[in-house]
Design a protein around this ligand. Structure first.
Ligand SMILES: *[C@@H]1O[C@H](CO)[C@@H](O)[C@H](O)[C@H]1NC(C)=O
Ligand SMILES: *[C@@H]1O[C@H](CO)[C@@H](O)[C@H](O)[C@H]1NC(C)=O
Length: 224
């Protein structure tokens, strides 16, 4: 009887020690991750090369330079290629690489000009998002707002991180979108619809391939 009790107690302490060795490292790892993330967040500005107000100027110049969307895109890509040396940042000049994108119940198409792990394409997010309207209109509202926001060519729809809105790309709208922040954390938003709704795996493949290629290409030249 007594002996049996003793060994039961031993088994219990053994089990709780097992539980501790199993969970302590995980908790420490999680705390480290939060600490490193918090620190990186305070210094992330160092890695940004594009400037939102310069991109806004560029979007306005593109609108002035051309009255068709292809011409505007060409203007933007040519300007970015000329103003940023290729050893500093990778620009994807192949404007034939359009892919569909389904996210948050909206469907669109996009061409990824630049993707790195701190900047790229986007939708509630861990990054600030600048949506430069080139053609058409974008409409948006926040819950409780009784008047819709309307963005026309030359305007920027700025979405700070953590904010979500309903939006509509009205009348053949095209925009230059620039997101800065923690891009890998926002990619699931762009991809999850493939699994739950569209099952369009070729598109997922093409998007992931272009995004991955551009991100890695940027990492190789030291642009994170
Ligand atoms: C790029 O666009 C900006 C903004 O419109 C302009 O100030 C700059 O001169 C352009 N650079 C080139 C090389 O076209
Ligand atoms: C742009 O519009 C002007 C008139 O507003 C027209 O003369 C010109 O041909 C158009 N250019 C293109 C590329 O469509």
């Amino acid at each position: 009887m007594v002996g049996g009790k003793k060994s039961n107690a031993r088994v219990e302490t053994h089990q709780s020690r097992d539980l501790l060795t199993k969970w302590a490292p995980r908790v420490v790892f999680l705390l480290l991750l939060v600490a490193v993330g918090g620190w990186l967040d305070t210094i992330k500005e160092r890695w940004y090369i594009f400037d939102p107000s310069e991109l806004h100027e560029l979007a306005k110049a593109a609108i002035a330079s051309s009255n068709d969307t292809a011409g505007m895109i060409q203007h933007i890509v040519t300007n970015l290629t000329l103003t940023h040396p290729s050893n500093q940042i990778r620009i994807n000049a192949d404007s034939s690489e359009w892919v569909f994108n389904n996210a948050g119940g909206a469907m669109g198409a996009m061409y990824i000009i630049h993707a790195s792990i701190t900047k790229g394409h986007t939708g509630l997010h861990t990054a600030d998002d600048y949506f430069n309207i080139l053609v058409g209109e974008e409409w948006a509202f926040r819950p409780g707002a009784l008047e819709m926001e309307r963005y026309t060519p030359g305007m920027v729809h700025f979405m700070p991180r953590g904010i979500s809105k309903q939006y509509k790309m009205h009348e053949g709208c095209f925009a230059l979108e620039y997101a800065r922040g923690w891009i890998p954390l926002m990619l699931p938003f762009g991809f999850v619809d493939t699994f739950t709704s569209t099952l369009d795996f070729p598109t997922l493949y093409r998007t992931a391939r272009v995004t991955g290629r551009e991100m890695l290409g940027n990492i190789f030249i030291g642009k994170i």
